[in-house]
Design a protein around this ligand. Structure first.
Ligand SMILES: CC(C)(COP(=O)(O)OP(=O)(O)OC[C@H]1O[C@@H](n2cnc3c(N)ncnc32)[C@H](O)[C@@H]1OP(=O)(O)O)[C@@H](O)C(=O)NCCC(=O)NCCS
Length: 178
């Protein structure tokens, strides 16, 4: 009971602003993400947290890039975009990256970011919102379930090492030149 009260008081104490990301925020968001998206969390190359990722999302749909700011410090972000698929009347939204500075986690900040993000999506005609995360990222899975996501579908990553083929092709080319 006492624990619950402390938890809620902590949430209320935070003086937070959720706003659109600006160009000057790019580096801050990138560095915060570097701390959050470690190799453990994003172990595949399909999505990599790098400068290009932040810049390209900002360039594509700046209105869907939000930050959470407290006393002029960025402590969280939600970056996404909308997708229209050919043959489908539905517009989709995708939340690519959601992160909150570790020491401010479990204080309702991601929930606030997500609420603003979701409202933006609705205002922009999105009918279905999607997210993806690693199967062992339990905090994220708990969070996404808590805010209403369901129907998880598994996606398997496979990899093929092309080094041997690369060597064979190189050899073939060299032999061809002789
Ligand atoms: C996932 C993440 C964004 C959640 O941010 P947060 O600000 O701590 O989330 P909130 O405080 O708004 O949590 C809302 C609810 O989600 C659930 N939740 C969030 N984190 C949880 C955790 N670690 N364990 C269990 N439930 C959790 C809880 O139900 C929580 O409500 P409660 O605190 O009243 O119990 C944060 O853990 C994070 O930045 N993780 C690293 C980056 C990442 O993995 N991002 C997601 C994939 S892109």
């Amino acid at each position: 009971m006492e624990k619950d009260e402390n938890h809620n008081q902590k949430k209320e104490r935070i003086n937070l602003t959720i706003r659109e990301m600006k160009i000057d925020d790019i580096a801050k968001v990138f560095h915060l993400g570097e701390k959050l998206f470690t190799a453990r969390i994003v172990p595949n190359l399909y999505r990599t947290w790098d400068e290009y990722e932040v810049v390209s999302l900002f360039q594509t749909d700046p209105e869907f890039c939000l930050v959470a700011e407290m006393d002029d410090t960025i402590i969280g972000f939600a970056l996404g975009l909308t997708i229209s698929k050919s043959g489908s009347a539905w517009k989709y939204g995708h939340l690519h990256w959601l992160g909150v500075e570790q020491k401010y986690q479990r204080q309702g900040i991601a929930k606030k970011l997500f609420k603003s993000f979701m409202e933006l999506m609705v205002e922009n005609g999105v009918r279905m919102l999607q997210v993806d995360t690693e199967a062992d990222n339990l905090p994220a899975l708990h969070f996404f379930r808590e805010v209403g996501f369901g129907s998880p579908q598994q996606h398997i990553y496979l990899s093929l090492n092309l080094s041997d083929l690369r060597r064979q092709m190189k050899k073939k080319k060299e032999n061809g030149r002789m």
